[in-house]
Design a protein around this ligand. Structure first.
Ligand code: MN3
Length: 225
């Protein structure tokens, strides 16, 4: 009886186990046109961001991997978790590459609204309400001094909001803020300056219209296992 109950619990948890989300070392194609996210992110910002900034991180992380004998058939996440053992070049570009691959994937033209299902329940439990979560996330994004990212992460079974400087991220062993990234916003000036100039808060408010909660929920399911 105990054995069969255990077996069925394992079987059902395996049955619901979501596909693991892993990141490679090369740049994936952008899943939409440069103009797809207008008016919230303009086409020129998108094109420069993807083809110059993000492409640069992808090129340089591959270079660093060659220089530091990293097996690029393994997930980038393995390097991030041990990034203190690698060079500053690796830290900056492995972070930059991971962060941008994540960023493109959680946005879409037909997005916005609010999360549903288990993710919505977890947000209510851990932040009190969706509105309280939004306020905490926006504060993290607005108050990150200089360049960096604000994040929603899963840390154990708890959702947390925080931010990281430069191209660091919550997977890095050197990060003060840790967890599995469900979503994050790029608050480097290169992400918004052409359209919003110095008005980072206006970019952040507008960005919610692009956040694809279906994709965030997929990451949540994946990290919950
Ligand atoms: Mn960027």
């Amino acid at each position: 009886m105990v054995g069969s109950a255990l077996f069925s619990a394992c079987a059902s948890s395996e049955g619901s186990k979501a596909e693991q989300i892993i990141t490679g070392f090369s740049q994936e194609p952008l899943p939409y046109a440069y103009s797809a996210l207008e008016p919230h992110i303009d086409a020129m910002t998108m094109e420069i961001h993807y083809t110059k900034h993000a492409a640069g991180y992808a090129k340089n992380v591959s270079e660093a991997a060659t220089e530091e004998n990293v097996d690029t058939s393994k997930p980038l996440e393995e390097v991030l978790g041990n990034v203190s053992k690698y060079s500053t070049k690796m830290r900056n570009n492995a972070g930059g590459h991971y962060n941008h691959e994540m960023f493109w994937s959680i946005m879409s033209a037909e997005a916005g609204g609010q999360p549903t299902g288990a993710l919505a329940e977890a947000i209510n439990t851990d932040f009190g309400s969706y509105d309280a979560f939004v306020e905490e996330f926006e504060t993290a994004a607005k108050t990150r001094f200089g360049s960096g990212w604000a994040w929603l992460v899963l840390d154990g079974n708890t959702l947390k909001v925080g931010s990281t400087p430069n191209q660091d991220n919550p997977l890095m062993d050197i990060s003060d803020f840790k967890g599995s990234p469900l979503m994050g916003i790029d608050v480097w000036e290169h992400a918004y300056y052409l359209n919003y100039q110095n008005e980072r808060p206006r970019y952040i408010t507008s960005w919610w219209n692009l956040l694809d909660w279906t994709k965030v929920a997929e990451r949540f399911d994946s990290f919950k296992g």
